[in-house]
Design a protein around this ligand. Sequence first.
Ligand SMILES: [Zn+2]
Length: 418
Amino acid sequence: MYNHGLFMIRRYIFIALSVIIFSLSTPLFANTVILRKLVVHNTPHQLSATFYLSSSTQYRTFSLHTPNRFIVDLKNVKTVQQLHFPDAAKSILNGFRYATHRDGVFRMVFGLNSSIKPKTRVLSIDSHHQVRLQIIFPKTRHASLPLLPPPVREKIHIKKAIINDADFDQDNKNQRRIIIVIDPGHGGKDPGAAGINGTKEKNIVLSISEILQRDINRQPGYHAELTRTSDYYLTLRQRLAIARQDKADMFVAIHADKWRNTQANGFSVFALSQRGATSEAARWLARRENKSELMGGVQLQDQSHLLKSVLINLSQSATIRDSLEIGTNVLRCVKPIAHLHHNTVEQAAFVVLKSPDIPSLLIETGFLSNPREEYKLSNLEFQHQLAGAIMQGIYQYFSKYPPRGTWVNYWRKHHAHS
Ligand SMILES: [Zn+2]
């Protein structure tokens, strides 16, 4: 319930309400207002949807995210005919649905392909005495990307069926769960990268992290925690402290960054490097991500000291080896559903990966600087596929190398050969 509460709060802060009463000259709500038709008009620069109403009424509009939706509520309105979704709208909208609720509010929900900001305006009454309410969906340069085909689903074989919840309840008396701490990058005053259509990294990665958490929590013997559960700022060190506090067996930071080249695309996994970065891009990215620390008021000098301490901490070798192994599993599971930017786990001096004894990965889910990828990452179904594949990679690793004292380890010893 606690998590659910926060979840709700997060949803509601996105809601920008606008309530306007237009035309006070006619008595409001005296009669049911009829929605006579909805006319959709497509031009190179915008898509408009115009509601033709028999008389004036109250309305409100607001946006919701993940997935992106635009909602129009009309008070005391009924429709007399079925409304159709025109093909011409597909470049901007992925559909709409509507219903009249018991309290007389007619609600129409427009599914948006990207996070655009529709505008609402009231047009003058036409020659048929109809009141017209118009929604304008602006077209940005990239908003008219064709709809992506559904990603290919490939079966990834994991022997999930052999462990079930009943087994877990039976023998978990003295065994602990494997703890995975998921760190949605950025947050609050640090939005992270931004896509050309306005998608913010901090929102995308929180959504993917929440799905990943639910996926992991469904596995018997596993428990996942988030470092942040809504839109607020955490320093990199606070994130590390949470992983330590939760006694994490693994830490995974989720990001979606940008690159100078808008063509750059694909999924990548990073582990800590004790020496140099494995590529110039990895070095550049680590520098970028480490900057988040500066926003918390840490001095540059302190920052370089932190980086130095990363480089000299030799006790991390074993942890890095484990991180690389988990990362390899993740890449293998993600490969069937997403393009890999790099086929192997890359390494660089990410501050957020510097826990000396907790295997840690930083996952770049894709590039928000690539409009096609921005669009894909905003898609809830793709987010689910990605989270599912990441979960499977982690699961495969821990099935093979379960930490001591965990139920998965106990189960493996007692059931593996029976
Ligand atoms: Zn990031």
